[in-house]
Design a protein around this ligand. Sequence first.
Ligand code: CA
Length: 231
Amino acid sequence: MQRPMVLVVEDEAPLVTLLRYNLEKEGFAVNEAHDGEEALMHLRESKPDAVLLDWMLPRVSGLEICRQIRRVPAWRDLPVIMLTARGEEGDRVRGLDSGADDYIVKPFSPSELIARVRAVIRRARPSAAAEALNFSDLGMDLTAHRVARGGKPVHLGPTEFRLLRFLMERPGRVFSREQLLDGVWGRDAEVELRTVDVHIRRLRKALNGGGRADLIRTVRAAGYALDTAAH
Ligand code: CA
């Protein structure tokens, strides 16, 4: 599944970092722009599924950028969420008048932000903002953090959950231990490679209880993949 991409337009580096962290954690790809000009350039080059647009930007305001976006026919339906420190009703109205789909006042809670981003993307492209993943008889509810196999609940620790999610987002692809470490534990984690094997073993045990077919394929000298032809 292609991850939905969000273009973050914000000039304050710490906020960009925070937004990126929270969006990536929830399965979004993130592109960033630090002013209006850069934002328009990114819009032309990549095709984001949504734009998080700060009101207060150097030179051209977010409000004006939103108006410019709406003038381009191809971007008329692109979901735009305005981000602002202003909270007055008049500003809210001006923000929505400029063509924004939604409006979030700083400081915001990350979970609220994610929910709003999912909502605008879902309205624009119903299949993009997945809240559930499925593979074979496996189902993962990303909102409730629940996993089921053949309709029966599977209990996973947080690491096994993240590991399975990573694999379910990219079924059939073979990942090396290094790639799994990067993707699931993060690039900076001080974790040994064999830790991956330990968690794969736990994940298998949880998924394959009751003699069900193994869904994780071990690829000798290469790594692991989620695969219905696993043996
Ligand atoms: Ca700003």
